[in-house]
Design a protein around this ligand. Sequence first.
Ligand SMILES: Nc1ncnc2c1ncn2[C@@H]1O[C@H](COP(=O)(O)OP(=O)(O)OP(=O)(O)O)[C@@H](O)[C@H]1O
Ligand SMILES: [Mg+2]
Length: 260
Amino acid sequence: MTATSTPMITIAGVSKSFPTPDGQIVTALEAVDLSIGASEIVSIVGPSGCGKSTLLYMVAGLVQPSNGEIGVAGRRVTGPDPQVGIVFQEFRIFPWKTVRENVMFGLELQRKGDARQRAEMADKYIQLVGLGGFENRLPKELSGGMKQRVAIAQTFACDPDVVLMDEPLGSVDSLTREKLQDELLRIWSESRKTIVVVTHSIEEAIYLGQRVVVMAPRPSRVVAAFDVPLPHPRTADMRTGPVMAELRGKIWDLVRGGIV
Ligand SMILES: Nc1ncnc2c1ncn2[C@@H]1O[C@H](COP(=O)(O)OP(=O)(O)OP(=O)(O)O)[C@@H](O)[C@H]1O
Ligand SMILES: [Mg+2]
């Protein structure tokens, strides 16, 4: 699946500037063009501060572009849409709710199902992210990585068509991280959702994505998009194979060349 399939997300000439308290303007993104196909899984990498989170917030309708247009499923984005789920970089879960209650929360907001169906849906995703047995625990009893997994389960439980993930595995140890990458790919292949994952790990970006989009700062923009010529399902040998090495090399060349 490539950008030539039916676009689910279209980002056309999008710029975003923020006023600073001292009257200056910070340009977070400049003239970003990107098209993401329905059921595609795309990774985004780029240095800190290049505007990755801002781009996801705009696709989610939480922040308005200063210029340009964003469309999801053929409709212009003007505000939040239940069909677009987001896993925030600083995962947001309620400290007073249990794991199950947190995962059910989005379903309650969207009035999906009755209480029993919500609990069943929540438990399905709690299992998928490896938190079975922790349903009745409070966030203070969980590690950072476990809380992040609660946030992932909460987003997927709502069954949105598009899932935007902002460094979703950032605080997970490397062994759990590999397992969760495989789980995420399994959920993607079963559900055929459109998934956009921002990550700081080039290897993770390649392992997960059908495409890897590389962003650069000053001015922040998309500088390259590489197709990943690996079939899904991905297997452990691909983590260290020649395609991984070659693509990683190409992305590092952009970094070394001062482009990223
Ligand atoms: N609400 C805001 N007000 C002012 N400036 C902002 C705001 N949000 C983001 N910025 C600025 O926009 C730029 C991009 O920020 P953003 O958080 O999107 O970067 P990022 O690529 O996600 O970084 P990181 O990898 O560290 O998460 C930064 O210079 C940031 O300071
Ligand atoms: Mg960010």
